[in-house]
Design a protein around this ligand. Sequence first.
Ligand SMILES: *Cc1c(COP(=O)(O)O)cnc(C)c1O
Length: 382
Amino acid sequence: MDVYLDNHSTTPCDPRVVDAMLPWFTEQPGNAASRSHKWGYAARSATEHARGQLAERLGCSPKELVFTSGATESDNLAVLGVLRANRDRGDHLITVATEHKAVLDAARQAEAEGFRVTVLPCNPDGTVALQRISEAITDRTVLVSVMWANNEVGTLQPMAEITALCHERGVWVHTDAAQALGSCDLDLGAVPVDLMSLSAHKAYGPKGVGALFVRRTRPRVKIEPLQYGGGHERGIRSGTLPVPLIVGFGVAASLFDPDEVKRIAGLRDQLREGLLAVGGVEVNGSENRLAGNLHVYIEGVEAEALMMGCRSIAMSSGSACTSATLAPSHVLRAMGLDPDRAAGSIRFGLGRFNTEAQIEFAVQQLGAKITELRAMAHLYEV
Ligand SMILES: *Cc1c(COP(=O)(O)O)cnc(C)c1O
C-alpha cells in the first residue's frame, strides 16, 4: 500500500478540479484578454466565475483578488509591492522567524533596498506573542506579515487578535494563508486582514496558480507590481491569465467542506495515538494547529533513516524546501528545538484522500521500523 502523508508539501488535484479544467486546455483556447471573439469572452467569463468562487470562499469582493503563479509570488508581491508603493507611510516591516522563505527572503530583499525589517522570535509552540508585535510597531511601520498557519508544524497564529492590534496602530496586515485555504475558515469579514496570499496546489487545486487578496476599501491598500506588461489584473500582475489553472483554482476553493476538516483531524488523531503508543514519541508544536498536521519527535531514531525505511509512506523531515540539506529547518530552530531533536522529528500532512485503512497501515509500518531502528542502534552501542 502507498500512503501519501505529505499534503503540506502539495496536495493531489481533486478529480472534480481536473474535470473542470480539461476543456480549457483544448476546446476553449481563448485568451481572457481577447475582446474580439467568443473564445476570448468565454475565457474571460470562466476566469471571472472562478474569481467569484474564490471571493465567496473568502468573504471578499472579486475585485480584491489578483491571480498570481502561487503563494511565493503573492508573498513577494505583498511584501515588496506594499513597501515600495507606500514610502510616504513609512519604511518598516515586521514579520516572524517561522514565516515561509517566500516572506523571509522578500523581507531580506526589502532590507537590501533600504527598508527596515524586524523579524520577531516565536514562542516554543510556534505562535508569536502579541506583546512582541505591539512593542515592535513604530510610527514608521507600514506592514506586519504573519502567516495564518505554519507549513511545518501547523501552528495557527492568533490572526484576529494580531489584525485588531495592528489596525489600532494604523498598520496593515498581510497573512500567508497557503496552508489555511484547504483547512480553515477564512472569513475576511471576521478577520479583516489587508492582504492574503493563497495557493491552489495546497488545497486540491493545480500547481502554478495562486492569488493575492488586496483590500480595496476601508482601507484601500496601495501596491506596486513586481512585473510590467499588458496591465492584466488591474495593472498589479501583468501576464496572460492561465485560464485552465484559474478555473481549477475556483472549483478547488468551492469544494471546501468543514465536515471534511473534522474527518481529517480524526485521522490525524488516529495517527498521533498510534505513534504515541509506540513509546518515546512526543508531539512538537501547538495544540492549536492545522487539522491535517502532525509533527513528532521520535526518540532514538533519525528521521532520514525512518523515511528511507518506509518508502511507501510520503512524509517529510524539516521543510520540503530545505530537505536537501540536513540542517534543522529555520522553523524548528526558531521554536528552539535542539539539532538532535530536530533530526529525530517528522512532519505528517494528512488530507482529503487519506483513509482510516491507510493510517492503520502507516502506524503499523512506522511502529515496526521505529522498533527495528532502535534495536539496531542499541546493538551498535553494545
Ligand atoms: C507552499 C507554501 C508557499 C509557496 O506556495 P507556492 O504556490 O508553491 O509558491 C508559501 N507559503 C506557505 C505557507 C506554503 O505552505
